[in-house]
Design a protein around this ligand. Structure first.
Ligand SMILES: C[S@@+](CC[C@H](N)C(=O)[O-])C[C@H]1O[C@@H](n2cnc3c(N)ncnc32)[C@H](O)[C@@H]1O
Length: 255
């Protein structure tokens, strides 16, 4: 069985509450259900049960990236949900060693998924204009174990970008069309770019500008995900769903 190690991010699943924490020897993790001695956690294996000083039990789990993004990270902005970020990462063709431009970093939700595909040698050059968001995103990316993949820049995307020849870019800002001619000079020929925008009028602005700048292979897509109630004798969809997150736009820099 895999042992819990110093620096691991662990999911503690209780009957009424779940916690995600980074394990540091000598520290105490306090919850409303009691304290957990992290030295004791370091002597556990994943799948075992640990007890707080009040006797409440928690299952010690290794979190999936999905769980870290949905329940572990601190959200200070809207994030790209896993249903979209997983697909975007595949569409951009991200893999180890690639150099990717991202803006804005928001809460790091998208950066974590891209970093997982780029690990261990790829890099994300992330441009975020809000310092507070950037600092929070870095903590979130660290929680997911990908700090060294992301090179953060506290800057507006309209400012100078020193790096060139990006293999791909992902842009999640309010007015992405303003930066498309700039992307043209930053991307390698044939490189993929992806955008996420919440409204159709933003989609129109983006595709107008992509055409103007001779990008090719334009695609506009939307992903809907519907959960089901896991009741064998009455299997049916959940009553509520997240009906809309954003429109996805993809293109390649023209040859
Ligand atoms: C919706 S959030 C991005 C969420 C992120 N993709 C995630 O999954 O966590 C948009 C971010 O873009 C930043 N932003 C907006 N315009 C920008 C610009 N021109 N340059 C840099 N950052 C910008 C905002 O401060 C905000 O943090």
């Amino acid at each position: 069985m895999e042992r819990v190690k110093e620096g691991d991010t662990v999911h503690l699943k209780g009957k009424t509450a779940s916690f995600f924490l980074k394990v540091k020897a000598g520290e105490i993790f306090s919850t409303h259900l009691g304290n957990i001695d992290l030295n004791q956690l370091l002597s556990c294996s994943y799948g075992e049960t640990i007890f707080t000083h009040k006797g409440n039990s928690f299952l010690v789990l290794k979190p999936s990236l999905y769980e870290i993004i949905m329940y572990g990270i601190n959200r200070k902005t809207q994030i790209v949900y896993p249903k979209d970020s997983g697909y975007i990462t595949l569409k951009l063709g991200l893999r180890n060693g690639m150099k990717v431009l991202e803006s804005g970093i928001g809460s790091g939700g998208m950066s974590i998924v891209m970093a997982n595909a780029l690990y261990p040698d790829g890099r994300i050059y992330a441009y975020e204009r809000d310092r507070d968001f950037l600092e929070n995103a870095i903590k979130n990316i660290d929680l997911a174990g990908f700090r060294h993949i992301v090179i953060p820049h506290h800057a507006d995307l309209s400012e100078e970008v020193e790096e060139r020849d990006f293999d791909a870019a992902f842009i999640d800002v309010r007015e992405p069309w303003l930066y498309i001619s700039k992307l043209n000079s930053l991307l390698k020929k044939g490189a993929m770019v992806g955008f996420l925008v919440p409204t159709t009028n933003q989609v129109s602005e983006v595709i107008k500008e992509l055409k103007e700048n001779l990008f090719v292979n334009l695609e506009v897509e939307e992903i809907m995900l519907r959960g089901y109630k896991p009741v064998p004798d009455r299997l049916r969809p959940e009553d509520k769903m997240i009906a809309h997150t954003g429109y996805l736009i993809f293109a390649r820099k023209g040859f």
